[in-house]
Ligand binder design. Sequence first.
Ligand SMILES: Cc1cc2nc3c(=O)[nH]c(=O)nc-3n(C[C@H](O)[C@H](O)[C@H](O)COP(=O)(O)OP(=O)(O)OC[C@H]3O[C@@H](n4cnc5c(N)ncnc54)[C@H](O)[C@@H]3O)c2cc1C
Length: 361
Amino acid sequence: MPLEGPPDVEIVGAGITGCSAAHTLAEAGLRVRVHEARKVAEGASGRNGGFALRGGAMPYDRAREWLGADRARDYWALTERYLRSLADLVGDALRPVGSLRLAADTEERDELRFEYDALREDGFEAEWREPVEPPLDRRFPAAIFHPTDAAVQPARMTRRLAERAAASGVEFVQHHRVKSLEELDADRVLVATDGYPSGLLGEFEGLIVPTRGQMIATAPISEKLFACPHYGRHGFDYWQQLEDGRLTAGGFRDTDLTSEFTADEWVTPTIQEALEEFLAGLLGRPVEVTHRWAGIFGLVLDFLPVVGPAAGHERVWICGGYSGHGNVLAFMCGDLVARAMLGDTQPELSLFDPARLLATA
Ligand SMILES: Cc1cc2nc3c(=O)[nH]c(=O)nc-3n(C[C@H](O)[C@H](O)[C@H](O)COP(=O)(O)OP(=O)(O)OC[C@H]3O[C@@H](n4cnc5c(N)ncnc54)[C@H](O)[C@@H]3O)c2cc1C
């Protein structure tokens, strides 16, 4: 619905981040306009693998080393809280089925065991699986089951967040690419485009590295093979079975790593073939691929989100850089950045300060 009067805040990007932030700002009484170059959920938020995972983009034991034990524990606990709120909000777009993080070889098994031990020491729920159930045991020596994780239908989830924001009075302007900040009248602007270069952020552009993820979906398969999202090889392979029996799989960026640092959304034969072969190997027979697509996410060298005022750009805030883990992080960071824009100090955001990227650039 068009706003009455000029907007207080304008948001660029209508994915999970933009919708989450818009809702919080509108609920606080602000007039909010969201601009989207395409339609709601047509960026990564509607194209992703559907894993809703707690935690950050690094393994928990690494987070403890890099951030310190207390900050890592608080970070993980915060994401668990937001995952629960997301479940309450988006209805059947989320299935609370857990996730299975598989080790592809004995070296990765040992790494996972460190992560499992760290999670349990700090009181997080996790189950060690060794051996894993057949037929996965032929390929994977061990796994961590994360019971609090979920599978989401990402486009439906994002549209639900958008409907909720619209019900609070947010105006969505779709098919409108913002070409310059001069176009925007509001006192505050939030750029929520994650890996898609907005063209609005000056020296910040490129520090959140556009990275392509490719996916495939198969025709429905009658057997129920995978009850929850599965991922292995440091997250380079991920797949799940949807409720209608289709398998979706993504990843294999490492088969052609340099070509995947791009904002071009097309699919490539090398990675598509690797995905197809992988699924055929898992099933022991060829698969019928019905859909192929790509999307762009924003990778950050320290694997931490980038959330806060854009240093050197008056009135501009950034929220993005989830390094491929945006389903929960974008929902959480969108809410936190909105609260910070409202003037509430959010101590959690100190880790995510955008200025750190300029310091290391
Ligand atoms: C293939 C793939 C698989 C993934 N799998 C998972 C997963 O399983 N689990 C997980 O947690 N995360 C996953 N991710 C990452 C996750 O999808 C993203 O981190 C998350 O969706 C980011 O949400 P967002 O709202 O910040 O950005 P997006 O959803 O990307 O939205 C940004 C929007 O900004 C718009 N835009 C850009 N510039 C402008 C402009 N100048 N004017 C107007 N609009 C503009 C774009 O059109 C886009 O719609 C995956 C990503 C990809 C690509």
